[in-house]
Design a protein. Structure first.
Length: 341
């Protein structure tokens, strides 16, 4: 069936009744044309000798999505098992000639919170690639926009590589924006303006730790795959996967270096806060010590008992004031001498 003769559904945001967000069929020229679930099943039923492949992107938050996948597509059992796993570390597995991938990505409305990270599941074969997610994700939406603009994609693995490049670009932008924030905070610290709380830095550090923990397994998983790739993956696609792995290694290295910078800044802020607290405590201690003589003497002379000295002396008040000033001066001298030491 020729894609140009199909009835092309209008572009809509969200998913249809089967949970399909978007579907594309790619011909020999690599340009994607939109199609629905029925057209996709008709295309997949054609002889295997035809060139091209189909990409179907599903929203698993819609209850009918997984049911439709099980009823109409012969996907790997490993793919469905990964949908139920609690562990969502990024990985790529080979099961009976099909690539099953778990990719972590940031939400479309990412606001630099550790919770704004979700999972994309992929099943990649020579003629069919299925992606599924629970939340709108930035990288796969960039890929969908690129396909709609006519970006040529020669194979299903090339689509996976394109997705990984988009994910790498998203991570690079995240690292770049966090680096800009950290540079601003560092400049303020060097200027002596302590305006940033350690908790603000902690949010960025937790985000980087979560991203690194979820993405770190990906280069190793790709390396294992590339050692024994399926026969239907071309040499050019293998080389592109190698390049994607290297890009992820660079992004992870930048994240590790940025985490170390944030840690040092947190220690610097903690040290300055502790120093300011110690100074305030010292001032409070000095005031308390210097007020001791007047409080003690005032307390003694204020007792309503007989025999209070200098009660009848005409210069008794000034004598007591002189005694208090003398004791206060001695206490201040002792305190400030210790401070200088």
């Amino acid at each position: 069936m020729n894609a140009s003769k199909q009835t092309i559904p209008g572009d809509t945001y969200g998913a249809d009744q089967h949970g399909l967000i978007c579907g594309f069929v790619f011909g020999p020229d690599g340009v994607g044309h939109t199609l629905g679930t029925e057209q996709a099943l008709q295309w997949l039923a054609l002889p295997a000798q035809q060139s091209g492949f189909v990409w179907l992107h599903f929203n698993l938050a819609q209850v009918n999505a997984e049911k439709w996948l099980r009823q109409h597509l012969a996907l790997s059992d490993v793919f469905y098992e990964t949908l139920r796993e609690a562990s969502r570390s990024t990985r790529v597995e080979l099961d009976d000639g099909t690539l099953v991938a778990v990719v972590n990505d940031v939400h479309y409305d990412f606001s630099f919170e550790p919770s704004d990270i979700s999972t994309l599941w992929l099943s990649v074969s020579e003629k069919l690639i299925v992606t599924a997610r629970m939340q709108p994700l930035r990288s796969v939406d960039r890929l969908r926009d690129a396909v709609r603009r006519g970006a040529p994609i020669a194979s299903s693995v090339a689509l996976l590589v394109h997705l990984m490049h988009d994910q790498g670009d998203v991570l690079a932008n995240i690292v770049r924006e966090i680096t800009t924030r950290i540079d601003t905070i560092e400049d303020k610290l060097l200027a002596g303006r302590l305006e940033t709380k350690r908790a603000d830095l902690g949010v960025s550090r937790r985000l980087l730790v979560r991203l690194q923990r979820l993405l770190a397994p990906e280069p190793a998983a790709l390396f294992r795959l590339l050692k024994k790739p399926p026969a239907w993956i071309s040499e050019a696609d293998i080389e592109d996967l190698h390049q994607s792995s290297e890009e992820f290694n660079v992004a992870l290295s930048d994240m590790a270096a940025l985490q170390e910078r944030i840690k040092l800044l947190q220690e610097e802020i903690a040290g300055r806060v502790a120093e300011a607290n110690n100074r305030s405590l010292f001032v409070l201690t000095v005031v308390t010590v210097m007020a001791l003589p007047i409080n003690i003497i005032a307390g003694l002379l204020g007792m309503n008992v007989g025999g209070i000295p200098l009660a009848d002396h005409p210069a008794g008040f000034w004598i007591v004031v002189a005694v208090i000033v003398s004791f206060t001066a001695v206490a201040a001298w002792i305190v400030f001498r210790k401070d200088r030491d």
